[in-house]
Design a protein around this ligand. Structure first.
Ligand code: NAP
Length: 259
């Protein structure tokens, strides 16, 4: 299927590794011109080189923390009028809510709720004026089924989800859609770091815990980030103008609900 987005411009946030990078790669394969962001320059440049080498796409980098005004300004300076915006940032740390002070909550809300909202604010009116826009927010399967020790993530991402539910119904008449992609377990650095913490807490080896988790998933494996990227590219395609405000879970069937 031709996704019909060759020549479109995209900002993909937090894209030097993992799910963000996979989304960038999938869009680049469709001929999208990219701006990718991350805090660390070296890994970001390496990701940009890899995407260019694999796809031949034009890739610009914007170094910065997307949870800050400066980081977002750098991304928007590199790509002032994106047709596609993929919002992403690192996830908040696990823990017990009794240990989180106001600053911990502000950091989570800044990264996982306000950063996407402010990037949407900066780009959505241009998309409306051009009658074409696709916004995808990478959130988490925890939005559907909260993970007890990820309260910061559960809370901040639920705030973004509620905001998007309202706005997405106001933009769709202009062919500007906003949807959320909810990852379950995907083989990324983030997954490994999270599992390492859990393994230590449980007094078992991380490989043993990873095997246990793979076996417990209905697919008997974790997701491949490339699978996530492909779905993201489809959501950003010309074919999804009638789809907005949706929360798409990619978790191998781990969320066990009928709807
Ligand atoms: N992988 C999973 O199984 C899974 C499951 C549920 C939810 N998620 C969520 O999906 C998102 C992506 O996860 P992932 O597994 O792809 O993580 P990852 O492999 O750790 O990659 C994170 C990427 O984001 C960048 N980044 C992190 N914080 C940033 C910030 N404040 N500003 C700009 N760039 C930033 C990182 O580069 P720098 O560090 O250089 O900035 C890196 O490129 C996270 O929010 C995570 O919580 C992941």
């Amino acid at each position: 299927m031709d996704l019909g987005i060759a020549g479109r411009r995209a900002i993909v946030c937090a894209a030097s590794k993992g799910l963000g990078k996979a989304c960038a790669m999938a869009l680049a394969r469709e001929g999208v011109e990219l701006t990718i962001t991350a805090r660390g320059r070296e890994a970001l440049e390496a990701a940009a080189d890899e995407i260019r080498a694999v796809t031949g796409a034009t890739v610009t980098t914007a170094v910065g923390d997307i949870a800050t005004e400066e980081g977002r300004a750098a991304a928007l300076a590199a790509c002032p009028e994106p047709d596609i915006l993929v919002n992403n940032a690192g996830g908040p740390p696990p823990g017990d809510f009794r240990d989180w002070d106001r600053d911990a909550w502000i950091r989570a809300v800044d990264a996982n709720m306000l950063a996407p909202i402010f990037l949407i604010k900066a780009t959505v009116d241009g998309m409306i004026a051009r009658s074409w826009g696709r916004i995808v927010n990478i959130t988490s399967a925890a939005v559907k089924a909260p993970i007890p020790n990820l309260g910061l993530s559960n809370g901040a991402r639920a705030g973004l989800t509620g905001f998007v539910a309202g706005l997405s119904r106001q933009t769709v008449r202009h062919n500007v859609t906003i949807n959320n992609l909810l990852p379950g377990p995907f083989e990324t650095d983030r997954l490994r770091v999270t599992m390492e913490g859990m393994a230590v807490a449980q007094g078992i080896g991380v490989e043993a815990l990873l095997d246990e988790r793979r076996a417990a998933n209905p697919a008997h494996r974790f997701g491949d980030p490339a699978e996530f990227g492909s779905v993201c590219a489809f959501l950003c395609s010309a074919h999804t103008g009638f789809m907005t405000g949706q929360n798409i879970v990619l978790d191998g069937g781990g969320y066990s609900g009928t709807l």
